[in-house]
Write a protein that binds this ligand. Structure first.
Ligand code: SAM
Length: 284
């Protein structure tokens, strides 16, 4: 089977199997071999690695991954694509295709069974409609991936790597940066996909921390505080926290905590760093 990362081969596979793109599954297949080469190079794979690919589609990126990694576990929800993948990937003996919904998959159990309990490297052109639940599921797994090299919607990538004070900074930035170091690899134009998505795309690499950048006594509480702080963006931090339904804290308690931490009481949530939130969470 020839490489699929071009329009001609992709159309040939679609015709052969009478396939129709399923919008509800976020199907936008890559048709640009330069982009595929760059994604896979930036994932820095070795033959020691087992890759978890989420949504292999017709197997376009899987071909590149199979050649660089030791093994590839490809999880695809669309059962009509399974016979296609068995055909397009038949020359590779290190690829396993699993027909399953990634959001209903026990990721730690998958790492136990398929990789001897070691973390996967995740490489994927993700279905954009479920980017955040997929990423949070991976981070919060008992065996989180070492590195994720993923194509996502540009705006979401901007939010993931945003720093305090920027308009894109929010609870997603803090959730991602609590677990991993984000780096933008490249921007990808809609013309590199079939069909073209209505949004711009970005490849981002998230390298998981061995040790978290802040020590949270209670992770769930830290993120309750963070979500509350960004719940009402135009309000001050004090007002946002006071009005949050799931935080029972008085104005005085918040003001006291801010004073102790040397934070301006008129500040908005978007000015606080992860370290500041971790400190604040201890007091409210
Ligand atoms: N990797 C292919 C490529 O780059 O050409 C296809 C990428 S396409 C953007 C996203 C893929 O994810 C589709 O094949 C889609 O069917 C699959 N997908 C969507 N939702 C999924 C889910 N919940 N679990 C697993 N795969 C899913």
């Amino acid at each position: 089977m020839a490489y699929l990362g071009n329009p001609t081969s992709t159309v040939a596979v679609l015709k052969k199997y009478n396939l129709h793109f399923r919008k509800q599954y976020g199907q936008n297949f890559l048709i640009d071999s330069n982009i595929l080469e760059k994604i896979v190079a930036s994932a820095q794979l070795t033959k020691e690695d087992t890759v978890l690919e989420i949504g292999p589609g017709i197997g376009t990126m899987t071909q590149y991954l199979a050649e660089r990694a030791g093994r590839v576990i490809a999880v695809e929800i669309d059962k009509t694509l399974i016979p296609v993948l068995e055909d397009t990937l038949s020359v590779y003996d290190n690829v396993e295709i699993i027909n399953r919904d990634i959001l209903k998959t026990d990721l730690a159990a998958l790492a136990e069974v398929k990789n001897g309990g070691k973390p996967f490297q995740v490489v994927a052109n993700l279905p954009y409609y479920i980017t955040t639940p997929i990423i949070m599921g991976l981070f919060e797994s008992r065996i989180p991936p070492q590195r994720m090299t993923i194509m996502i919607q540009k705006e979401v990538a901007d939010r993931m790597q945003a720093q305090p004070g920027s308009k894109d900074y929010g609870s997603l930035s803090l959730a991602v940066q609590y677990h991993a170091f984000p780096e933008i690899v490249m921007q990808v134009s809609p013309s590199c996909f079939m069909p073209r998505p209505n949004v711009g795309s970005t490849v981002i690499r998230l390298t998981g921390y061995k040790e978290k950048p802040v020590q949270a006594e209670d992770e769930a509480h830290l993120f309750t505080v963070i979500r509350a702080a960004f719940g009402q963006r135009r309000k001050t931090l004090v007002n946002s926290l006071m009005n949050a339904e799931n935080l029972r804290v008085t104005k005085e308690q918040i003001l006291q905590a801010l004073e102790r931490l040397g934070i301006d009481p008129m500040v908005r949530g978007e000015a606080l760093t992860l370290e500041m939130f971790a400190e604040l969470a201890k007091y409210v």
